[in-house]
Design a protein around this ligand. Structure first.
Ligand SMILES: [Zn+2]
Length: 368
């Protein structure tokens, strides 16, 4: 996703707000601290989607009052965004100075991609590689925008609970998130999988003239610790600090098994359980979830977040191979998330799209 140094960091308070629901069941302050520390480290997906509620520090607070020459700040104004009416995608760029790039940016996402308009990668351009280290994933609910009814169903790496404190042992304040999958951009760096989320009511990207019914985004963040040869804290060259892998999901007669597994807690009373806790632990086979990079053509380009603040510099990879979902399952997820959450296509502004062809096409298995 970008020269990610330009990604506007979210104030901690916004994380705290959006994570409140995840903390309900944590009884002690110590556990709360440890849990929050772990979740904040996992907040890549949340950051990339940027919590739907942002404390708009750049926007004037009309309720601020003055006493003499001293400005007395009042509570920061909450800025909510969504996908309909006056908080929809057409309004994002005008809602805050920090979000203006949604309107003015020249490298916004999503865009339309096609075989014809992309450049075939040259022999010297090494293919990105994806390796799975663990299959255990957590599915959890995230209520990101209560005011506008939108929330996000996230899948994130399982984080073990903090160890119990015995006797006078010092409390453990951090829970290191596991590295379950690594994306390697040759010559640039290694990226750790931070989580995944869905967009419904149409895929965000359109590929070869065909829009999917949904799209899943796998969010990766650069992690120097994964590359012993790295001597700096940032990716080499003009590499982005974040990458997102997009898989389009077509409407079909059947739902791809792993998507069915992810949606299973939303059925019947199970959704209540998902709503009321910090997550329902479902063990998912990550090798089934993540696309096989070698089996699919891969389209890459430099784009942006598809949600506010619209930060640019995201390195996008969109797979040619698609998954499948029934109309009923799509509606199940969309109803749960509070409505559609797909940003319309943006102007490509002449951006180059590079295609890496599949290298194991003869072993390609149909996905729908
Ligand atoms: Zn997304």
């Amino acid at each position: 996703m970008l020269n990610f140094v330009s990604l506007a960091p979210l104030p901690r308070t916004s994380h705290r707000d959006t994570l409140t629901c995840t903390l309900r069941n944590h009884e002690t302050n110590q556990t709360r601290r440890a849990f929050l520390a772990g979740v904040l480290r996992l907040s890549g997906a949340a950051t990339l989607m940027s919590a739907n509620t942002l404390r708009a520090s750049a926007a004037p607070d009309p309720s601020a009052t003055t006493a003499g020459s001293t400005t007395v700040p009042t509570k920061p104004r909450k800025l909510s965004w969504g996908y309909v009416d006056d908080i929809g995608p057409d309004s994002w760029g005008r809602m805050s100075e920090e979000w203006a790039i949604c309107d003015t940016g020249k490298r916004q996402s999503p865009i339309e991609l096609s075989y014809k308009s992309s450049r075939l990668a040259g022999m010297s351009e090494a293919r990105p590689e994806l390796s799975v280290l663990s299959k255990r994933f957590t599915l959890r609910h995230k209520e990101a925008m209560p005011a506008a009814k939108n929330k996000w169903l996230l899948i994130e790496p399982y984080v073990p609970p903090p160890p119990a404190v015995i006797g006078d042992a010092p409390p453990v304040d951090t829970v290191k998130p596991p590295t379950v999958a690594v994306l390697t951009l040759p010559g640039v760096g290694k990226y750790r999988l931070k989580g995944a989320h869905f967009h419904t009511n149409g895929s965000e990207h359109v590929l070869n003239g065909k829009q999917g019914l949904m799209e899943v985004h796998f969010v990766f963040a650069f992690d120097k610790a994964l590359d012993p040869t790295s001597v700096q804290d940032t990716p080499r060259g003009a590499g982005s600090s974040h990458c997102v892998v997009g898989v389009l999901i077509n409407e079909g007669e059947n739902t791809t098994p792993w998507i069915g597994d992810v949606l299973s807690p939303l059925r019947s009373s199970a959704s209540d359980e998902l709503d009321s806790s910090n997550g329902k632990y479902i063990e998912l086979d990550l090798e089934q979830i993540l696309p096989n990079f070698n089996n699919s053509n891969l389209y890459t380009y430099d784009g942006s977040l598809t949600t506010p603040p619209g930060s640019e510099g995201i390195h996008w990879m969109v797979m040619n191979q698609r998954a499948s979902v029934t109309r009923e399952d799509c509606e199940l997820l969309q109803n749960y998330q509070g409505g559609p959450n797909t940003r319309p296509l943006q102007d490509p502004n002449g951006r180059e799209v590079v295609q890496f062809p599949a290298v194991l096409a003869e072993k390609t298995a149909p996905t729908n």
